[in-house]
Design a protein around this ligand. Structure first.
Ligand SMILES: [Zn+2]
Ligand SMILES: [Zn+2]
Length: 179
């Protein structure tokens, strides 16, 4: 699969911000176990991989996450409607803003935002508040495992259904965005 240019550029930006890349190579996505400050639930944080071309949006009221793939027709449509802008970062910010405006609200009534705080899955307390874009929070590492025993697989699927649903119909209709 061809990696879109934006993703490669984002990768480069990540790299440039990386001070101790060589010292830190084993953990270049900054994987780290954390604890919810409110309920002490263990949580697993990891930077979004630069090879992952999806845009991750989080509800601004609950821990639900929604991904937008760069292969979605709607993504293309939004990107092509943007005014021309030579600077990658500026263009990316504009793109994110338009995508946010076109996403349907979360079931809880919150809005999906690229930089919404990352929340605990048990008590919904915001855990990563400063600069949370391109960081993801999980209850554990199981989503990255290739094979899980039946019980963990079931738990992962329950978590997915609740907090990381694969929504077919995530975009607002044309009339809903004209506000
Ligand atoms: Zn908590
Ligand atoms: Zn929500």
């Amino acid at each position: 699969m061809k990696i879109p240019r934006e993703v490669l550029v984002r990768k480069r930006l990540h790299m440039e911000n990386e001070e101790n890349l060589s010292d830190d190579n084993d953990n270049w996505l900054h994987e780290e176990w954390m604890t919810c400050p409110a309920c002490h639930q263990p949580l697993f944080r990891i930077d979004q991989s630069p090879l992952d071309g999806d845009y991750h949006f989080y509800c601004d009221r609950c821990p639900v996450r929604l991904d937008v793939s760069v292969y979605e027709p709607k993504y293309d449509q939004i990107q092509q409607a943007l005014p021309h802008c030579p600077e990658y970062e500026e263009k990316n910010a504009a793109l994110i803003e338009v995508m946010e405006a076109h996403l349907k609200p979360c079931q809880c009534g919150g809005r999906f935002r690229h930089d919404a705080p990352r929340r605990c899955f048990s008590c919904f307390t915001p855990v990563i508040v400063d600069d949370p874009a391109y960081i993801d929070l999980y209850p554990d590492e199981d989503i990255f495992e290739r094979a899980l025993d039946a019980e963990r697989q079931k738990k992962l699927e329950r978590w997915r259904a609740q907090f990381f649903p694969d929504l077919e119909d995530k975009w607002k209709g044309p009339s809903e965005t004209e506000q």
